[in-house]
Design a protein around this ligand. Structure first.
Ligand SMILES: Nc1ncnc2c1ncn2[C@@H]1O[C@H](COP(=O)(O)OP(=O)(O)OP(=O)(O)O)[C@@H](O)[C@H]1O
Ligand code: SF4
Ligand SMILES: [Mg+2]
Length: 366
């Protein structure tokens, strides 16, 4: 991640902790198994298992984990786009998990989302002025005309675009410009929470930095709260105040970003950080060696591609088949969330049975 990214300083914890803007309690989401000629038992997929975390107002929680971990499903549950099996989503003190009808429509309007591929979320046959203006009409009741155009131009200015793009169709814009339009559209409804699901992964690296800077600037000026999903750990470190790590549908670790990077508590977090590419080849080799020490599994049935169906079947720790520190108890009992010194929590028996994690001692610098 480029050093030019603003807001790189995300201090570890200060004396006053604001109340959570968003909190998620024991969230569980299941998907019905698809019917198949070869499958007789239709066990539902548990995409998200007993996940709990909170985000203070005006802060960013980075949600990381490999493909299929359940990150987008958590986001979709918060946005109320998938059915919540159990658990609660609380936004500004209000339980939104069971909203329906008009209050649900109103809630969905307040919580905006920016996806990886802005093209798929922007109507290709509408010009930008209409795409952004339409939301202004719906949200504020301002009809098409000069007053609405002025508001659109102001929003575009806030995201670094000139008013000339109002006449352009989405496919006449660059990827970065399209993502800026998607952010302007999200801002049109004056949201307080924005869910960003890999908002930069389809963009060139130089453009990624610009979008991250823009999001950080908007947070500083408008007090926005972000749930920021990414595969890019360096980016997560820059943008997030707290980090949450998911593995096979479970939240295995969370805590202040700098604590998690400096002292990862869960073996999976260690492995994930050790997989993060670094420019220095010597450090990269050191990390690769650390990664192979931590990840003992060679059994393809335990690979991440096997998905959360495995998590539904296991009774113990979902990481047990890959963990070099596995103990008997790990295969029998699901570890509970335990507080970690330095802030946050971890779901690992090594923190509940008296054993201590032997940190691999690698520094994760920028
Ligand atoms: N609509 C659906 N129906 C059935 N299964 C689903 C559905 N959506 C997601 N899943 C499954 O739930 C699991 C979690 O998916 P999710 O998209 O949340 O993962 P993710 O962490 O966002 O992955 P990625 O990093 O690849 O985006 C996956 O195994 C996926 O196949
Ligand atoms: S609970 Fe056991 S198997 Fe799971 S991560 Fe901790 S030590 Fe490894
Ligand atoms: Mg996803």
């Amino acid at each position: 991640m480029s050093a030019s990214i603003a807001n790189a300083e995300r201090p570890e914890g200060t004396a006053t902790i604001p109340p959570p803007f968003l909190s998620v309690h024991d969230l569980r989401v299941e998907f019905a198994a698809r019917q198949s000629l070869f499958r007789h038992r239709r066990t539902p997929t548990r995409a998200v298992n007993d996940v709990s975390f909170s985000i203070p107002a005006g802060k960013t929680l980075g949600l990381v984990g490999e493909s299929g971990a359940g990150k987008s499903t958590v986001a979709r549950a918060i946005l109320r786009l998938v059915q919540i099996q159990s658990g609660q989503v609380i936004v500004e003190g209000r339980n939104v998990s069971s909203l329906s009808g008009a209050p649900l429509v109103e809630y969905r309007r307040q919580v905006q989302v920016v996806f990886q591929d802005p093209y798929s979320s922007l109507n290709p046959s509408h010009v930008v002025g209409e795409i952004v203006g339409e939301l202004i009409t719906r949200h504020r009741g301002i009809r098409p005309g000069r007053a609405r155009d002025e508001l659109v131009a102001k929003l575009l200015q806030r995201v670094g675009l000139g008013s000339f793009v109002m006449e352009r169709l989405p496919d006449e814009l660059s990827g970065g410009q399209r993502q800026r339009v998607a952010i302007a559209r999200a801002l049109a409804v004056e949201p307080r929470l924005i869910v960003c699901d890999e908002p930069t992964s389809a963009l060139d690296v130089s453009i990624q930095s610009q979008i991250i800077n823009l999001l950080a600037d908007l947070q500083a000026s408008a007090g926005l709260t972000y749930l920021f999903i990414t595969h890019n750990l360096a980016m997560a470190r820059h943008i997030s105040h707290t980090l949450a790590v998911m593995y096979l549908g479970y939240l295995v670790e969370s805590g202040p970003t700098e604590r998690v990077f400096a002292r990862p508590a869960h073996p999976y977090t260690e492995m994930l950080l050790a997989s993060s590419p670094v420019p220095d080849p010597a450090q990269q080799r050191q990390r690769a060696a650390a990664r192979s020490r931590i990840n003992r599994s060679t059994d393809p049935s335990t690979s991440l591609r096997a998905g959360p169906a495995i998590a539904a079947a296991v009774t113990g720790c979902p990481f047990a088949n890959r963990c070099s520190r596995v103990m008997d108890i790990c295969r029998k009992t699901m570890p509970v969330q335990t507080e970690v010194s330095g802030g946050g929590s971890v779901r690992c028996h090594a923190h509940t049975t008296g054993a201590t994690i032997d940190f691999i001692g690698i520094k994760f610098g920028h």
